[in-house]
Design a protein around this ligand. Structure first.
Ligand code: GLC
Length: 612
């Protein structure tokens, strides 16, 4: 009861003492130490709490409970969903945080994972798998710099990105969030952290980055998931420690060396093949969070849990809280019942089951990040660059990244580049669908088909790049094909995110839909030259129809600037992309990765034809 009563504290009543004044001239570590020493347990618990914006029914709770952080989950936008409304919303929360006794600013987090993708009108970059295909850390860094500018301008100083997952089984619904199957490729892309964080986190053009999901999220065994109706997402990573280090820990070592500001553990579990310990949830994994991430790798930032992830730890909620915090989690993305989390955390500390040293360490890490971001001095949105959101300059970077991510897998008879004169027949489900080419984590958590934001579809890009071309667009290829020089069929997947995209969930099968398969057969059967483009979050099984195609391009999820796909189709930009994952002959061959014994993909990791 005592713990609950303590939660009725009103601002300023936590202690009779006035807060000790913050000395802005002192070094950050001294300022933080002085502040931590002056906080009550209730105030410390509040700093370790992250609530989802939609769960805050009474904004006064931000002050009452001293919430240290608030987030927008996937699609968590204000209404209207405009950059200005985002900044207004977050400033409103911040004002409440600054009414607390110590006036500690809250830190707002969001998933800006391929652009500031929750915001209508923002520039949407290719998803990571396409950036991996570009093999250009420099370009990925520039895309991240644009993302950081657009994100910070809306008052969001922290993104839950990049995913440093190493996708080893493409049946995983998060394959497209990975830069690829090779840990060296993924590590090379950690330049994205530099693009997001820059050299000065107080700048209005940078944001705190999050390396996620630590560790082994991309290496789980198909069928091992115990979450909802998922198949592989949030499953068990069954590797030796040596394999885990080589394949999945390596990119996080690079990120820690780049001073990544936060790390998010994975929902998945790590097995212990060397003994009979059995799989341990990553959010409960003292050995890997405290032992490897913080002690061995020297991670100085803070560990933010995933969404409601501690609830998955075996045991009751009190056990979940103490196990995760004692394992090294510093802030918990609750995200709904923040009152219960706070009261439970306080109870566990008061009972001596969570050492105060652990609490002080967690709060020190969190407050250090807030100081580095300059939030104590400038807690409100700096809207200087808000007008650049979705600008032509930013979209040009996204277009360049989309073009560089294209992988040319087949080009018989130099079918590509296409002529910019004559008659082109365009078919397929993803030729003219902005939502499908952006994929998941676009405006909403799962993404959705159609014109969900501003951008250019691949078909619109074709018309822009080749205005003199006579284009017949027939999504289902029902229009007559006669008289056309070339047929282009853009096929692929509809959007999904996380385990809802696992093969075997929601109809996802890594194969062409019946309509797309029929369109390929018709167009490629009736028009002399036929090009197929796949727009998908992973390789698709196309083996049985490959012989029908003169050319095949993997476009991945190119984002809002479909003209980037057209730039390569017409040769304005040469093809240079390389497969970031192995392309299987059959879905049943998964997992299939470079280096496997008897490796026999349809197209090997690193494949990709180049054109001038
Ligand atoms: C999700 C994802 C994580 C994301 C978080 C907040 O479940 O696993 O990548 O950052 O929740 O949206």
């Amino acid at each position: 009861m005592a713990a609950i009563l303590s939660l009725t504290l009103l601002p300023g009543s936590a202690s009779a003492d006035a807060p000790s004044p913050r000395d802005p001239s002192a070094p950050i570590d001294k300022r933080v130490a002085a502040l931590v020493a002056d906080l009550t347990l209730e105030e410390k618990a509040g700093q370790m709490t992250q609530a989802e914006k939609g769960s805050i029914t009474d904004p006064a709770d931000i002050t009452t409970y001293g919430l240290g952080s608030i987030l927008s989950g996937g699609g968590g936008a204000p209404d209207p969903n405009t950059p200005e409304a985002w900044a207004d919303m977050i400033d409103g929360y911040q004002a409440r945080a600054l009414e607390t006794r110590q006036k500690i600013p809250m830190i707002y987090g969001a998933d800006a994972v391929h652009g500031h993708n929750n915001v209508s009108g923002a520039t949407i970059m290719p998803h990571n798998l396409g950036l991996g295909a570009s093999r250009s850390p420099e370009l990925a860094k520039r895309a991240a710099e644009v993302t950081a500018i657009e994100t910070r301008a809306t008052g969001v100083p922290w993104t839950f990105a990049p995913c440093l997952c190493v996708a080893r089984d493409d049946r995983w619904g998060r394959t497209y969030e990975s830069f690829g199957e090779d840990p060296e490729l993924v590590s090379s892309m950690v330049d994205v952290v530099d693009g997001l964080q820059g050299t000065d986190l107080t700048s209005n053009t940078t944001v705190l980055a999050t390396a996620k999901h630590f560790v082994g999220d991309g290496g789980t065994t198909y069928g091992s998931s115990t979450t909802e109706d998922y198949k592989i997402d949030q499953g068990i990573t069954e590797l030796t420690r040596e394999q885990l280090r080589d394949l999945h820990i390596a990119p996080f070592e690079t990120a820690v060396d780049r001073n990544v500001g936060s790390v998010m553990p994975s929902y998945s579990s790590v097995d212990h093949p060397d003994d009979d310990t059995g799989p341990v949830k990553m959010h409960a994994n003292d050995e890997l969070i405290n032992g490897v991430l913080k002690q061995e790798l020297g991670f100085q930032g803070f560990v933010i849990s995933d969404w409601k992830a501690i609830d998955q730890i075996p045991g009751d909620y009190a056990s979940d809280v103490r196990t995760s915090i004692n394992a090294g989690v510093d802030m918990v993305m609750v995200p709904y019942d923040y009152k219960t989390f706070i009261s439970t955390l306080i109870s566990e500390v008061n009972a001596g089951r969570i050492p105060m040293e652990r609490i002080d360490d967690a709060v020190t890490r969190i407050l250090t990040a807030k100081e580095k971001l300059g939030l104590f001095d400038k807690p409100y949105a700096d809207r200087t660059h808000i007008g650049t959101i979705g600008s032509a300059e930013h979209r040009a970077v996204a277009r360049e990244a989309a073009a560089a991510s294209q992988v040319l897998l087949k080009n018989d008879g130099d079918a590509l580049p296409l002529a910019s004169q004559g008659k082109l027949y365009v078919a397929g489900s993803n030729a003219d669908d902005l939502g499908n080419q952006m994929g998941g984590w676009s405006i909403s958590w799962q993404g959705s088909s159609g014109d969900t934001t501003e951008g250019t579809t691949i078909l619109e890009g074709i018309r822009e790049v080749a205005p003199d071309l006579e284009v017949t667009h027939s999504k289902d290829a029902s229009a007559p094909t006669d008289g056309h020089d070339t047929g282009l069929v853009v096929v692929g997947e509809t959007p999904y995110a996380e385990g809802k995209g696992d093969v075997g969930v929601g109809g996802h099968d890594m194969k062409l839909s019946a309509a797309d398969s029929a369109a390929v057969s018709k167009v490629c059967g009736e028009i002399e030259t036929c090009v197929v483009v796949t727009v998908s979050g992973r390789p698709l099984e196309i083996t049985s129809q490959l012989d029908q195609m003169d050319a095949l391009v993997a476009a991945w999820l190119p984002g809002s600037e479909g003209a980037g796909v057209a730039d390569t189709l017409f040769g304005d930009v040469g093809y240079s992309g390389k497969l970031p994952v192995s392309w299987p002959r059959s879905v049943d061959d998964e997992p299939i990765n470079v280096g496997d014994p008897d490796y026999d993909p349809l197209f090997p990791y690193g494949a990709g034809l180049t054109t001038d």
